[in-house]
Write a protein that binds this ligand. Structure first.
Ligand code: NDP
Length: 402
């Protein structure tokens, strides 16, 4: 059906490659491309189908153009880092290739999670007859689709949204991040922000917390209010939303280490001089932390990511909670990765599948909630991320989180 380049062969890229390789009729040609070639070659050896491997530094548009002209893929699945998004989108425009990613563009020197840089490409993609699908991971990604599905099937209008991300897994390290450490720490140390009545309110990093009782044996955990990029597109695409918030769990050990690292300056993203060299402390920290790709074999426990949506149906108040539970050890058994990479890589594959099958196909730049959620929701059940929904009628709406 189509040829894809999986650009970035880290934790998430590895899962995308394994899942695409399971669907030979859809992903008829797969090319793995990465800044360091040995990583591609090692991954290629794990896969059950032959794939091409290519070296590319995607910070440089010309290198990506050369790659796309050589391989002539239908679609680039960008699972490198958010810094490369714009260069890859530019290269796609120059060569007539569709585009998909899992994280919004971030300028390297300032940790901002905003879509305006990529939304500015809407007209150019539209004119070129190309599609860019933004944020096809779990959060953003599945959380946008869960919201769209709830709105379509359960409500006349949705008014409140809480996205709640729990990683109840344990990798046994005192401190490690579940995906790229630099991106993870930039996100977690940023100010919190939530949307209410048309306005954004900022909170100090990790200063707002409450407890949430997760289903299926995970139990009660502290959740912390953060800003997450899907809040921006969802609050625009669902104008009936009065409030939208994002929450995440962290272990005490993670928070203790993070506080110390912040206090001693190791999470800084500005350059410092060290023995005549200019280094960025957070990038140096990444070099000494465990590689998230190495956590798979030692992580036990589950993730639970879901959306608690409130709104009105037939004039009555209603709420639904839609969630997926993913087991770290099961994910490792299937694709040799832990559940955080798995829950990101599977939706990236499904987003690509939607595009190649023309189930989701429109020229322009889109967020996930702008398409029919039904075929995507079906595929989540088919391809390793089954979901459940709990509905609450007017008599049993859950209390507000705080
Ligand atoms: P990793 O650090 O494990 O992998 C990143 C890969 O990108 C590495 O193989 C790296 O290559 C490659 N890369 C980095 N820079 C370049 C470049 N200039 N040119 C080509 N390749 C490059 O990260 P993850 O796999 O954990 O994360 C991948 C993406 O997924 C990130 O954007 C992250 O934000 C996103 N993500 C999204 C989630 C969601 O739910 N939406 C959740 C988790 C992650 P090298 O080894 O040579 O450095």
């Amino acid at each position: 059906m189509g040829s894809v380049i999986i650009l970035g062969t880290g934790g998430v890229g590895s899962v995308v490659a394994h899942k695409c390789a399971q669907l030979k009729d859809i992903f008829t040609e797969i090319t793995l491309a990465n800044r360091s070639l040995p990583k591609c070659e090692a991954l290629a050896k794990e896969l059950p189908v032959p794939v091409k491997v290519e070296q590319v530094d995607a910070d440089h548009v010309d290198q990506v153009v050369t790659l796309l002209e050589k391989i002539k893929p239908d679609l680039v699945i960008n699972v490198a880092l958010p810094y490369q998004d714009l260069a890859i989108m530019d290269a796609c425009l120059k060569t007539g290739v569709h585009y998909l990613d899992t994280a919004n563009y971030e300028p390297p020197d300032v940790a901002k999670f905003e879509y305006h840089w990529q939304w500015a490409y809407r007209e150019r993609f539209e004119k070129a007859g190309l599609m860019a699908l933004l944020g096809s991971g779990f959060d953003p990604g599945v959380t946008n689709v869960f919201t769209a599905w709830a709105e379509k099937h359960h409500f006349d209008e949705i008014t409140e949204l809480d996205i709640i991300d729990c990683n109840a897994g344990d990798h046994g390290h005192a401190f490690a991040t579940n995906f790229n450490p630099e991106i993870n720490i930039r996100e977690v140390t940023a100010k919190g922000r939530f949307y209410e009545k048309g306005q954004w309110t900022e909170t100090n990093p990790l200063s707002v917390k409450c407890s949430y009782d997760f289903p299926e044996g995970i139990g009660a955990k502290d959740i912390y209010l953060m800003y997450h990029e899907e809040l921006e597109s969802l609050s625009q695409n669902y104008p009936t939303l009065n409030r939208a918030r994002f929450w995440m769990t962290f272990s005490e050990s993670y928070l203790k280490h993070l506080e110390v690292l912040q206090n001693v300056g190791m999470t800084r993203i500005d350059a410092v001089e060290y023995e005549g060299q200019s280094i960025i402390p957070l990038q140096f920290l990444k070099a000494v932390l465990p590689d998230p790709g190495s956590l798979g074999s030692r992580t036990k426990g589950k993730t639970c990511i879901g959306c608690l949506v409130r709104g009105k149906k037939d004039g009555k108040n209603k709420a639904v909670y839609i969630y997926n539970i993913c087991d770290h050890e099961e994910a490792f058994k299937e694709v040799q990765s832990q559940a955080v990479s798995y829950t990101t890589g599977v939706p990236a594959m499904i987003g690509a599948k939607m595009m190649l099958e023309n189930k989701w196909k429109k020229a322009g730049v889109y967020n996930m909630e702008e398409f029919d959620p039904d075929p995507f929701m079906e595929d989540l059940n088919q391809h390793g991320l089954p979901w459940k929904v709990v509905t609450y009628d007017e008599t049993c709406i859950p209390n507000d989180l705080i």
